[in-house]
Design a protein around this ligand. Structure first.
Ligand code: FES
Length: 219
């Protein structure tokens, strides 16, 4: 004789509810992972991303002397690549290489060749400094020896470093931002942050950018 086990409807309902809860938890967990995974990485502020600011020393960005202060005597029209270096909170040198806009081009011309709209007050001994990052779509610009200009390789934007890096060709919407400097002994020192917004910073956000520059160097 066949024996049938009685199925307790309460146990069956509980099993189903447990199973449903498990599935729901799995889906929720998956969704959470998906959301977290697809979220844009947060651009966390770190000291090396601070804007250039008054008091920063310009140091070589690459080459044999990377990290050493740029000697103003060894400059020429073909630019030297530099980063601003501040002091960190504990007094150690802090190279601000974490923001691409902080890559700088340092050129030296005969003083008489520098013309407006270069901010002449922000130059020293014919040395003029700009952000190396193109104002069109953010490519680093290069030197073009034939006419002593800065050329962007991405869409052929051309800037004249003797005239405030004004745009003389291609699509960039505004000049490369000039960094005001002075020469002290054998060092080039920033006397403030960029004079106009660098790439990716709107006019509106530029006020906050300047505040970050000031506050950052107070440690
Ligand atoms: S990114 Fe420089 S011209 Fe387009």
């Amino acid at each position: 004789m066949t024996r049938y086990r009685r199925i307790d409807p309460e146990i069956t309902r509980r099993k189903f509810v447990n199973w449903a809860l498990g599935v729901a938890a799995g889906i929720t967990g998956l969704s959470f992972v998906t959301i977290v995974g697809s979220a844009k990485p947060v651009n966390r502020e770190t000291p090396d991303k601070l804007p250039p600011a008054e008091g920063d020393i310009l140091v070589y960005a690459d080459g044999a002397q990377v990290g050493k202060p740029i000697d103003p005597k060894n400059l020429e029209p073909q630019p030297t690549r530099a980063y601003p270096q501040a002091k960190s909170g504990d007094g150690q040198p802090l190279v601000k290489s974490g923001d691409t806009n902080n890559l700088l081009l340092v050129s030296k011309f005969p003083e008489a060749q520098l013309k407006e709209p270069t901010d002449l007050e922000s130059t020293a001994q014919g040395i003029v400094v700009y952000s190396a990052i193109c104002q069109h779509l953010g490519c680093p610009v290069n030197w073009r020896n034939v006419d002593q200009t800065y050329l962007c390789p991405c869409h052929s934007g051309v800037y004249d470093p003797k005239q405030g890096c004004k745009v003389i060709g291609g699509p960039p919407p505004r000049p490369l931002p000039q960094l005001p400097i002075k020469v002290e002994g054998d060092q080039i020192i920033a006397t403030g942050t960029f004079l106009i917004p660098p790439y990716g910073i709107s006019e509106t956000d530029f006020e906050e950018y300047k505040e970050r520059a000031e506050e950052g160097n107070k440690g």
